[in-house]
Design a protein. Structure first.
Lengths: 110, 112
């Protein structure tokens, strides 16, 4: 089983739609979680950290469910510019190594 | 510098040749990672340094791959006897104790 698993998609959604991605992690000792965004042929960039209490940044909401070992990303009012691959990341408990999922591709359609 | 710097940005080499890829992390970041990314895939972990030592090299695919970080800052990924299957984008990232990793723009390696 992969340490971090994501549905690769693609998710094709119309502008203005709400879309949610889930990601599961296998290491119960993982402490830190992040969502990264990667545009085509660019490096991944941090979108947001995921906190136990859940956190929101504008149209983006991230949540963590430790009992079920998954994290989620919700994007409201999708924009064309949200089209990208979204990478789920979990660190390995005890030290800083981070593990990436394979990414979920989002395509927002006019 | 302000961000993670990787050189060269592109490298074309012949099969069988030796290559070195360089990563200059964000100043003060003790953790440094090398990843490899093929088209349509997520970053694949290669090796992780904490300071000068390789804390986890379990992702290196075989003994043709080696990485060093002698002074705990700049790191070099070395690939011997390159094969066409080594062609990919090699990404370097660094992080502080908070764990958020920041990436360089990558080196696109093409083995012909």
């Amino acid at each position: 089983r992969k340490e971090v698993e994501q549905d690769p998609g693609p998710f094709n959604v119309p502008e203005g739609a709400t879309v949610a991605f889930n990601c599961t992690y296998s290491n119960s000792a993982s402490q830190s979680f992040f969502w990264y965004r990667q545009d085509c042929r660019k490096e991944p960039k941090l979108l947001m950290s995921v906190y136990s209490s859940g956190n929101e940044d504008g149209r983006f909401t991230a949540q963590l469910n430790r009992a079920s070992q998954y994290i989620s990303l919700l994007i409201r009012d999708s924009k064309l510019s949200d089209s990208a691959t979204y990478l789920c990341v979990a660190n390995s408990g005890g030290y800083q190594k981070v593990t990436f999922g394979t990414g979920t591709k989002l395509q927002v359609i006019p | 510098g302000a961000g993670v710097s990787q050189t060269p940005s592109n490298k074309v080499t012949e099969k069988g040749k030796y290559v070195e890829l360089r990563c200059d992390p964000i100043s003060g970041h003790t953790a440094l990672y090398w990843y490899r990314q093929s088209l349509g895939q997520g970053p694949e972990f290669l090796i992780y340094f904490q300071g000068t030592g390789a804390a986890d090299d379990s992702g290196l695919p075989n003994d043709r791959f080696f990485a060093v970080r002698p002074e705990g800052s700049v790191s070099t990924l070395k690939i011997q006897r390159t094969e066409r299957g080594d062609s990919a984008v090699y990404l370097c990232a660094s992080s502080s104790t908070q764990g958020e990793a920041f990436f360089g723009q990558g080196t696109r390696l093409t083995v012909v």
